[in-house]
Ligand binder design. Sequence first.
Ligand SMILES: Nc1ncnc2c1ncn2[C@@H]1O[C@H](COP(=O)(O)OP(=O)(O)OP(=O)(O)O)[C@@H](O)[C@H]1O
Ligand SMILES: [Mg+2]
Length: 342
Amino acid sequence: MSIQNRKEATANSEWAIEARGLVKNFGDNRAVDGVNLNVRAGTIYGVLGPNGAGKTTTIRMLATLLKADEGSTRIFGYDVAKDPHIVRQLIGVTGQYASVDESLSATENLIIFSRLLGLSRAESRNKAAELLEEFGLTEAAKRPLKNFSGGMRRRLDLAASLIAQPPLIFLDEPTTGLDPRTRNQMWDTIRRLVKTGSTVLLTTQYLQEADELADRIAVIDHGRVVAEGTVNELKASVGTSSLHLSIQNPQDIQDARQTIEQVLKVQTSISSEIGKITAPMADADKVTDLLIALRQKGIRLDEMSVQKPTLDEVFLTITGRGAEDDASKSSNESDKVEEERV
Ligand SMILES: Nc1ncnc2c1ncn2[C@@H]1O[C@H](COP(=O)(O)OP(=O)(O)OP(=O)(O)O)[C@@H](O)[C@H]1O
Ligand SMILES: [Mg+2]
């Protein structure tokens, strides 16, 4: 399919992704448990979730790399199960699974990708040089990939996916492990991709990243979408800040929660540490009222702080527990089960 045809193929669809009821079981582990996603063409969509939430598995199903057990996906209106060959020409996938050859240099890798996409030898060489320059990899162009740092690899991986600039790009944790400067470069590149007509779905564990980039966000936990909306909607549900309170006497905890809920008019949650209460807080000024109310009830505090929301706060508020709780569920190479491509 040529670029012109790709434009035609995507022109009539308002939605880049429409996924309904996606399910994936690995043995008796239900990794994805009924995910629905709608991603409007021309936008950046963030999928946020802790380790093992099912982000990569979801992407792989959307991108025809893994067959869904249940549910259906349309990419620019094309059914992933019925027209995988069309879908593959409309998407690019980069991320946690490296798409490049270790023994070859950066230049060689990009030239191979370009040639595979039908560019001439001269065009491929030019494209490779252009992308290496753009991603600040010119110095390292001739070195074999096995000597590349993690950040350099990610940049090369993204560069490779840009050769074709597909209408829909899946980026699986594009900035995990990058230094802040490289992360910013990556963000700029992602924004440019969308300005020039692509749609991007990215996964991240960083709320800040979703905040910077995404028009809408889905929060995934245990294979389910537990919250969805614009960044502002999501933040409003968490509160712009969060309040942390430690109570001296654990017997006061229910009383303290009630007081907080009355004064701040929000739901509180209890964190794993005994006697620690967390609550979203839109207005830091209300702290004064709260402290007075607690004093009047004779509830004594050990510690109090007001913090900007972190990914953990989002999870605490939405799911009632912290993001780290799931770390042990993270992908384990040793218990991989047989997979089937679409
Ligand atoms: N090929 C596989 N075989 C068996 N289990 C798998 C396989 N791939 C993923 N899983 C399991 O499915 C669940 C979801 O994994 P997935 O990789 O989709 O999570 P993730 O949200 O991408 O996590 P991370 O943030 O660590 O990348 C985990 O429990 C994981 O162990
Ligand atoms: Mg993953």
